[in-house]
Design a protein around this ligand. Structure first.
Ligand code: ADP
Ligand code: ASP
Ligand code: MG
Length: 405
């Protein structure tokens, strides 16, 4: 007997047929004598629809009410999945995040898990019941409903795997595993049999949607290996686990593309100590997360500063900078929305050189202009034009020998 966590994303529970398909898949493993905890997302599109409805009613809805609204998506699918299992004669019970013992801090829409109390859940398992838990949600200390950030059902699954000491954690989705690049953009992308936590985290943070970055961070911190696999085809997927030394033989494991970024350019600011500190203090007070930063060499007492921010935060970022410019008495802000960040990732970069030049040559051969560059130990990122980015990622993918034959 094994204790297994199975998480199904939005497409996998997208309609009645798919929920029944999921129920059959769960029943198969339960009939083998395994204990099963299922985590489900909202049907695909539901969370976005709810967000749009909220914004149609109030342009700036309160985070508390957003959480109250968004949990409705998962509430529907837990009940339907439990009903589908019961229709197959399987004893099943649905639980909200709070009932499953997921306790979070009080920060609505982006809460972090602070503790897990899985006693009730384990009692159900020991009574041979399949437990269906609502992904993406938890409860604060006062019982207030919180959510774990977009894509947060991945985190619910991994946290529960740790909480019930599961033998296996399976993330079922609409692709067969983690690929060398998004297979919808790069048709020649290859499915990876395995990948390290660190590489997966870097890819997820750089825009690879298949796993929520915070969930990978959690799995790395608590060493919870997991498998990403298809809910439609019964095939082995990708194992995400601790790094082993052979992983360093591969220089570039994957390529990520983030089209959700914008570039902010601040021209003609005073070239003197303290200017950058004031600009970035103001951005941090406005809760804007800044990523790549470049400042050119000052001339005639003024300098230019360029940085990237999440596209949704563009407005807040420019407001924050404008405030500082007024105090400084000069400077001009320009926003560029149509950019994309392309990154190559691999733990092998620690021991191999020449990756940057290979990347720049590939982009040059593809006639793609580079606007910004940043590097860290296991990744190199560039900012390019959004409308060239699909072409660019395919070219880079080929240049690093990642294409399937
Ligand atoms: P779920 O609803 O199951 O959580 P998501 O839509 O969040 O699924 O994530 C799966 C999607 O991630 C895939 O449909 C795929 O287009 C996208 N994706 C982006 N990069 C990759 C990659 N490197 N490997 C696999 N899928 C990727
Ligand atoms: N339904 C939530 C979202 O769309 C959580 C998830 O699907 O993981 O972000
Ligand atoms: Mg997802």
């Amino acid at each position: 007997m094994a204790r297994i966590i199975k998480k199904f994303g939005g497409t996998s529970v997208g309609d009645v047929d798919r929920i029944q398909n999921v129920a059959r898949l769960i029943k198969e493993d339960h009939d083998k004598g395994n204990q099963i905890v299922v985590v489900v997302s909202a049907r695909s599109g539901v969370t976005n629809d709810l967000i749009n409805r909220a914004k149609a009613i109030n342009r700036n809805p309160a985070d508390r009410e957003m959480d109250m609204l968004l949990v409705a998506g998962e509430q529907e699918t837990i009940a339907l999945t439990a009903m589908a299992l019961q229709a197959l004669g399987v004893d099943a019970v649905s639980l909200t995040g709070a009932m499953a013992g997921i306790k979070t801090d009080p920060y609505h829409t982006r809460a972090r898990i602070v503790s897990m109390d899985c006693r009730t859940l384990i009692e159900h398992l020991d009574s041979n019941r399949v437990v269906i838990v609502a992904g993406f949600q938890g409860a604060g200390e006062q019982g207030q409903i919180t959510t774990l950030g977009r894509g947060g059902s991945d985190l619910s699954a991994i946290a529960l795997a740790k909480g019930v000491d599961a033998d296996l954690c399976q993330i079922y989705t609409d692709v067969e595993g983690v690929y060398t690049a998004d297979p919808r953009i790069v048709p020649k992308a290859r499915k990876l049999p395995e990948i390290s936590y660190e590489e997966m985290l870097e890819l997820a943070s750089l825009g690879t949607k298949v796993m929520q970055a915070r969930s990978v961070e959690f799995s790395n911190k608590f060493n919870v290996p997991f498998e990403v696999r298809s809910s439609f085809k019964n095939k082995p997927g990708t194992i995400v686990k601790e790094e082993v030394s052979s992983m360093e033989d591969v220089v570039v494991r994957g390529v990520a593309l983030d089209k959700n970024q914008a570039k902010v350019m601040v021209a003609n600011i005073p070239d003197k100590p303290g200017t950058a500190a004031r600009v970035f203090r103001s951005l941090s007070e406005a809760n804007v997360v800044v990523d790549m930063i470049v400042q050119n060499i000052g001339r005639n007492g003024v300098a230019n500063l360029t940085f990237t921010v999440p596209r949704d935060d563009t407005h807040r970022a420019s407001q924050a900078v404008e405030e500082v410019l007024q105090e400084l008495g000069g400077g001009k802000v320009t926003l560029v929305g149509d950019i994309a960040k392309l990154s190559v990732v691999g733990v092998g970069m620690r021991t191999h050189s020449g990756v940057a030049s290979q990347l720049f040559s590939a982009l040059s051969d593809a006639e793609v202009n580079i606007q910004l560059i940043s590097t860290s130990e296991i990744k190199i990122s560039v900012v390019i034009n959004e409308n060239e980015s699909d072409h660019a990622i395919r070219a880079v993918h080929s240049a690093f020998g990642l294409d399937v034959e």
